[in-house]
Design a protein around this ligand. Structure first.
Ligand code: NOJ
Length: 560
């Protein structure tokens, strides 16, 4: 496989609204980020993915962009952004920007024009259709509840919005629109950025005719996802984007792609096809959802997780490349979801980090993960801010009369605001995030869980991440080694090896709060080995059996 800087990198995601506020307005901002770059440099990460900082009315916290070439006032100015890029590059950090081009804001001037009349030059920048029998053009449901169509009186037509009604979908069938996007990408590339994270980029090609989705239960709206995920022209569009915008720059691209499977991911990331470098896929974060979708809670089985990761690790072994993540700004906190955020918070957070960072692919750390930040439980729905959560609550409780307690429980487990509470810097008021009133409440556990404590404690989760990142820089087997799973049927422990020539890693992970035993296979016994990293104090070397304490993780480096 070819060497690339992005294969050897660790990426850190910043959700700017919740990272660091410099001016006391309660909203994180770019000067705030600059003030924390040394913290990130010390952590050892290589690349920062910045969630959107463009001008936006914030219906979906910046994922609804009203000007792709301006910075949001809440976050600062273009000068602040230029300084951020310089300060990052001075420290050897790379910057990737969020590219949100499946949709814009309805306040973008393209849409303001588009809705004026059917013959407006911008009409075809969006997806407009007349109604069908006095109803929406089809039965697709928006990701954020309700119909995916919004009626506009002015021209007596509907526009498509897969997300909120303030996020109209752009019409990628229109070559002029595509050219505008490529020009905009070059505007940022020419400023010297190092790549793009592409928001729901596999949604940009829709099936011709936008047909109704099958609806055996006669529901009002149903997911139309199979008509817009991985659509018929998606590969053409991505290849064109590469040719027109990206080919001349040494940058990385990661495509966020809900609903992508391994075979499709291979096509997207096969280097010879020039589409994207890696995909950000969702299969492993759907394993704890029932048939009713995300909010339909289902316990996670470790074997499901193992089978899924194994499928992706082996599927992209020779062609393509994986992104590795367990949480981000759309997902609950990893330690609350896959570990134990109470008694074994520190152990389980380190175990999960070991799991991810020893796999093949590029690891992503979501802000606060490195100090073991947890989910939050606000008493009242009024304290929640996320449009997905609020729309779902309204639909289920106010329209369908469902039990609010049950719905709140699902929000506690799955809601996106779990990830969006302010970063906990220290134990002062509001966790040191702001001197004002934070736009969303701080998790009350900031007195115990905060970066200051973590940096001062050499046994903290933070220092453990530093070591993991350091090992990646020193051990080629972590980047390039082949993955093999052991004891695939075991419901308690996850064991895998990575192999590169004469080097082997044996990764032992206890996913439970009880002791577990691992029988070392004969072919690994009697080999020279040392412990590369572990989350408990452990004596050197293994014999025929290893006993693992609650959430224990041990990585052995074996020389053959
Ligand atoms: C995916 C983003 O990660 C999420 O935060 C956003 O709401 C949707 N795409 C729509 O842009």
């Amino acid at each position: 496989m070819k060497k690339h800087w992005w294969k050897e990198s660790v990426i850190y995601q910043i959700y700017p609204r919740s990272f660091m506020d410099s001016n006391g307005d309660g909203i994180g901002d770019i000067p705030g980020i600059i003030s924390k770059l040394d913290y990130l440099k010390d952590l050892g990460v290589d690349v920062i993915w910045l969630s959107p900082v463009y001008k936006s009315p914030n219906d979906d916290n910046g994922y609804d962009i009203s000007d792709y070439r301006e910075i949001m006032d809440d976050f600062g100015t273009m000068e602040d952004w230029e300084l951020l890029l310089k300060e990052m590059h001075d420290r050897g950090l790379k910057l990737i920007m969020d590219l949100v081009v499946n949709h814009s804001s309805d306040e973008h001037h393209w849409f303001v024009e588009s809705r004026k009349s059917k013959d407006n030059p911008y009409r075809d920048y969006y997806i407009w259709r007349p109604g069908k029998d006095g109803k929406e053009p089809n039965n697709w449901k928006s990701t954020f509840s309700g119909s995916a169509w919004q009626y506009d009186e002015n021209t007596d037509e509907y526009f498509l919005h897969i997300f909120s009604k303030k996020q109209p979908d752009l019409n990628w069938e229109n070559p002029k629109l595509r050219q505008e996007i490529y020009d905009m990408m070059k505007f940022w590339l020419d400023k010297g950025i190092d790549g793009f994270r592409m928001d729901v980029i596999n949604f940009i090609s829709k099936v011709d005719g936008l047909p109704d989705a099958p609806n055996p239960d006669g529901k009002k709206y149903v997911s139309g996802s199979k008509y817009f995920m991985n659509g018929p022209k998606i590969h053409d569009f991505l290849q064109e984007m590469h040719r027109e915008a990206l080919a001349d720059y040494n940058v990385m691209t990661v495509g966020e792609m809900p609903g992508v499977n391994v075979e499709q991911a291979k096509l997207y990331t096969d280097e010879s096809r020039n589409e994207v470098n890696m995909v950000f896929q969702f299969e492993h974060v759907d394993l704890d959802s029932g048939p009713g979708g995300k909010w339909d809670l289902k316990p996670l089985r470790l074997t499901d997780l193992k089978n899924n990761f194994t499928k992706w690790q082996t599927g992209l072994e020779d062609i393509g490349w994986n992104s590795l993540y367990l949480n981000n700004h759309d997902q609950p906190r990893m330690v609350s979801r896959f570990g134990d955020d109470q008694q074994y918070r520190v152990e389980s957070a380190k175990m999960l980090a070991t799991f991810l960072h020893m796999l093949k692919g590029t690891p992503y750390i979501y802000q606060g993960e490195e100090i073991g930040m947890t989910n939050v439980r606000f008493d009242s729905i009024a304290d929640y801010k996320d449009i997905e959560t609020l729309n779902m609550y309204n639909e289920k409780v106010k329209q369908n009369g469902e039990d609010p307690k049950k719905v709140m429980e699902s929000i506690y487990v799955k809601g996106r605001d779990n990830a969006r509470t302010p970063f906990q810097w220290d134990d002062t008021e509001n966790g040191g995030f702001t001197t004002g009133t934070p736009w969303i409440q701080v998790n009350p556990n900031y007195k115990e869980i905060n970066a200051k404590q973590a940096v001062e404690d050499e046994n903290s989760i933070y220092h453990y991440y530093r070591k993991l990142i350091q090992h990646r820089k020193e051990q080629p087997v972590i980047v390039d080694g082949r993955y093999d799973i052991l004891v695939p049927e075991d419901e308690n422990i996850y064991v895998y090896t990575r192999t590169l020539e004469s080097q082997k890693l044996l990764v032992l992970l206890n996913f439970t709060n009880e002791e577990q035993a691992f029988e070392v296979p004969l072919n690994l016994q009697g080999k020279k080995n040392e412990i590369l990293i572990s989350n408990y104090k452990t004596s050197e070397g293994y014999g025929s059996q290893v006993s693992l304490r609650p959430y224990e993780a041990i990585v052995y480096l074996i020389e053959e």
